[in-house]
Design a protein around this ligand. Structure first.
Ligand SMILES: C[S@@+](CC[C@H](N)C(=O)[O-])C[C@H]1O[C@@H](n2cnc3c(N)ncnc32)[C@H](O)[C@@H]1O
Length: 221
């Protein structure tokens, strides 16, 4: 048995994923009010992401069930004890990663989210799962919250916040990634600059698209 597949986490994740399935972001009035072009522009903007994600504050926007399980598997097989996450939302991906830390014998997970109502929901979920002791939530824009006091020797980085910021967030965390550290970027196709960075020959990373949604990379030096 694992923390991921046992109670209280398994039924909690099942409920959170089912709730997420039931709520299409496009059904949220503040999002429906945008044209497809406006949504696309805001998704790619380095300045309008706060507006876009504030409109999406009631949407969990989680990784897929498969990606969640992948996160657990990768963190377990890497024997991760130090994890950083960009983009907490309701904490669904965080729960998978924290479960892996628990089953690895403990560790520290730093996650960051600027929307206060999402932080409150995530905190509740971490409490229900019994994983709060492993998780530090940094409240605010990741460009600030991840710019200081990062642990050295980070084993795993999950990028799942504003796609346009993936290169900037990687640059903030880069010096603290241990050699061989895993970087998982969800919906990386929405960040061409990030893909160019991690796929650059001799750029310090080895990288591959892993599923249709995920770019999986390791820090090689
Ligand atoms: C796709 S959701 C994250 C989903 C979460 N990883 C999960 O699987 O449950 C992206 C989240 O990142 C947050 N976010 C976006 N840009 C951010 C930034 N610059 N700093 C902090 N949080 C940010 C959004 O408010 C949103 O809740």
């Amino acid at each position: 048995m694992t923390t991921l597949t046992a109670s209280p986490l398994a039924p909690l994740l099942d409920r959170l994923f089912r709730n997420a399935d039931a709520l299409s972001p496009l059904a949220i009035p503040a999002v429906a009010a945008l044209s497809a072009e406006e949504r696309e522009r805001m998704l790619r903007s380095k300045t309008e992401y706060l507006d876009l994600y504030t409109r999406l504050k009631d949407a969990p926007l989680p990784v897929s069930r498969e990606t969640g399980r992948l996160l657990y598997l990768l963190a377990r097989s890497a024997k991760a004890s130090c994890v950083v996450e960009f983009g907490t939302s309701f904490g669904i991906s965080t729960l998978h990663l924290a479960a892996a830390l628990r089953d690895n014998g403990g560790g520290r997970l730093i996650t960051t989210e600027f929307e206060p109502s999402k932080v409150a929901r995530a905190r509740d979920n971490f409490e229900v799962a019994g994983l709060s002791d492993l998780i530090e939530i940094r409240v605010g824009d990741a460009l600030q919250t991840l710019s200081q006091e990062l642990p050295s020797n980070i084993d795993l980085l999950l990028l799942d916040g504003a796609k346009s910021l993936y290169p900037e967030i990687l640059a903030l965390v880069e010096a603290q990634l241990r050699p061989g550290a895993l970087i998982i970027a969800d919906n990386a196709d929405d960040s061409p600059a990030y893909l160019a960075r991690v796929r650059a020959p001799n750029g310090g990373y080895l990288s591959t698209p892993f599923t249709s949604d995920v770019e999986l990379s390791i820090r090689v030096s």
